[in-house]
Design a protein around this ligand. Structure first.
Ligand code: FES
Length: 534
């Protein structure tokens, strides 16, 4: 609000001043003042806590920027707060944009520059905090560049407004106007001296406050750190002493062991997760923050967050994510710690793609394929399917990564297939002039137990699945060419939906190296009655 108010100076200082009453009104109420005080104190206590407890070497670069900018803010802002809030009642000062701009642009221009830098610092600190708070969220990861634009646009406008209204006032100034503004705001020598003196006192007090973390660190070193609680045994055979009141993440950092921690140890990203392979009985159960984070990713048993875990005995652990993991890996269901899950597996293959390549220019083929996959993945998203693998002219998808009810999983998968067919029909209409023959595809659908986890090369990992049932689904899709149906569904899948299959001709196939036969059915389209219900 304050920055929006500043930006109005681009139009006119009179407008800027008139809007001030409305834009700052919420912050001048007792609730607004209380909120600001709580925010300031929370930030200060949090910063002192981090500096007192955390291992300095383990604090990431972005956290340092956040801490240092945060610690500088009280130092830079205190004079403005004293001058415009704390001391105004005592000296009966009544500020408005004219009096403030008179000080910053005429009486003490150095303070104007100081204030402009402070504005940028406060904004930078706020944006940094919000960015690192939100970056583990999927919706934000896709919109970061827009928000960066907003983050730059607002302070630039505010500074431009500050400069424009300051220059406007300077152009208007003469002895009479200066005297009028000073008299109206009651800007006296005593007031200015008090602001200077109290600013110096505040800086001294603040310096003592900043000493607190050092004192706490000293106490921590001489007392708490002396108490060894056990050993940390790593998979590479390394054994490390564990100290009381030291998180597992800090233990890693103190020993220079790289470990993923995208949210900086706030229990929000789950990238610091480890598997406890021994000694779990001696650990305290997860706290509320850890439990909530682990529940969100359906973490398998024996998984703990290194940043929230304060070992109280000897343990063996195995990190589950690579230390250079990205923010997008957080909150994923599964993760590298793959786990078994019952899902619907869909394989889709574009028919005659080789012929398409022979008939069209490579760029045309690329265009058509991209259109095709855009439509198919849109159908997946609209029906809660998860794209899990891409292979030239086909893809694999999973249904049920976040859903437990088997019937609903299969129903959604059927809806996905129906929607794919519908979208393909529409695409064929749009591309009719480009195609010698309509595009067609084969689909295999199966339900079974698979291992779900993050797979692929480090820079391009996706959640996918492996297991016999994945192979069965792939084979079913291949059967669609042999059986002459575009859709092949296994009996295992249809039995989940309790569909009576007597009226349909059944087929069987045998998997390589397996004795058991797989029964499946072929369809030209999904019967509408199967799509009803959840
Ligand atoms: S570092 Fe993010 S949850 Fe532990």
């Amino acid at each position: 609000m304050h920055l929006v108010n500043h930006s109005m100076g681009l139009f006119d200082i009179h407008w800027q001043n008139a809007a001030r009453k409305w834009l700052l009104a919420p912050w001048n109420t007792p609730v607004g003042q209380m909120l600001m005080l709580v925010a300031v104190l929370t930030h200060l206590v949090n910063a002192i806590w981090v500096l007192a407890r955390r291992n300095m070497l383990g604090i990431a670069g972005w956290e340092w920027r956040q801490i240092v900018s945060g610690l500088l803010i009280p130092l830079m802002l205190v004079q403005h707060v004293l001058a415009t809030d704390v001391l105004v009642d005592r000296f009966a000062v009544d500020h408005d944009y004219y009096s403030i701009q008179l000080i910053y642009w005429y009486l003490a221009p150095d303070k104007g520059l100081w204030q402009a830098v402070t504005l940028l610092l406060v904004w930078y600190h706020g944006c940094l905090g919000i960015h690192y708070w939100l970056r583990v969220n999927r919706w934000y990861q896709g919109q970061q560049s827009y928000w960066l634009g907003v983050a730059v646009f607002i302070p630039v406008l505010a500074l431009a407004g500050f400069i424009a209204s300051g220059r406007q006032l300077v152009r208007m100034l003469d002895e009479t106007l200066i005297a009028t503004i000073k008299a109206k705001a009651n800007l006296t020598g005593d007031y200015f001296s008090a602001v200077e003196n109290y600013t110096s006192y505040a800086w001294i007090v603040y310096a003592f406050i900043l000493l607190l973390p050092l004192i706490v660190r000293g106490l921590n070193y001489f007392w708490l750190r002396q108490q060894t609680v056990g050993q940390l045994c790593l998979a590479n055979g390394q054994n490390i002493r564990l100290f009381r009141n030291t998180s597992l993440l800090d233990t890693f950092r103190q020993h220079g062991i790289p470990h993923a921690a995208i949210c900086g140890g706030r229990g929000r990203c789950t990238t610091c997760r480890v598997l406890i392979t021994a000694g779990e009985a001696a650990l305290a159960p997860p706290n509320a923050v850890e439990k909530q984070a682990l529940d969100k990713i359906s973490a398998p048993a024996h998984t703990r967050l290194a940043c929230q875990l304060y070992p109280t005995g000897t343990i063996s652990v195995q990190p589950l994510l690579s230390p250079d993991v990205r923010a997008s890996a957080s909150k994923r269901p599964g993760g590298l710690d793959g786990h078994e899950r019952e899902v619907a597996i869909l394989f889709l293959d574009l028919r005659d793609s080789t012929r398409l390549g022979e008939q069209r220019l490579p760029y045309d083929v690329l265009f058509i394929l991209n259109q095709f996959f855009a439509e198919m993945t849109a159908a997946l998203h609209e029906t809660e399917g998860h794209y899990a693998q891409f292979a030239g002219d086909g893809l694999m998808a999973l249904y049920g990564l976040t859903e437990e009810k088997h019937m609903r999983i299969c129903r959604q998968a059927l809806k996905g297939v129906a929607l794919m067919q519908e979208k393909l029909k529409r695409l064929n209409g749009v591309l009719s002039s480009e195609l010698l023959a309509p595009l067609s595809c084969g689909i295999g659908l199966h339900f079974g137990r698979v291992i779900v986890g993050t797979m692929g090369p480090p820079a391009a990992q996706i959640i996918s699945a492996i297991g016999d049932d994945v192979n069965i689904a792939a084979r079913l899709e291949q059967q669609s060419k042999v059986a002459g149906y575009p859709i092949i569904i296994s009996s295992a899948f249809l039995s989940i939906l309790e569909i009576d299959t007597h009226e349909w001709a059944s087929y069987t196939m045998q998997l390589k190296g397996k004795t058991q036969e797989i029964t499946f059915y072929g369809f030209y389209e999904i019967p509408e009655s199967w799509l009803l219900g959840n």
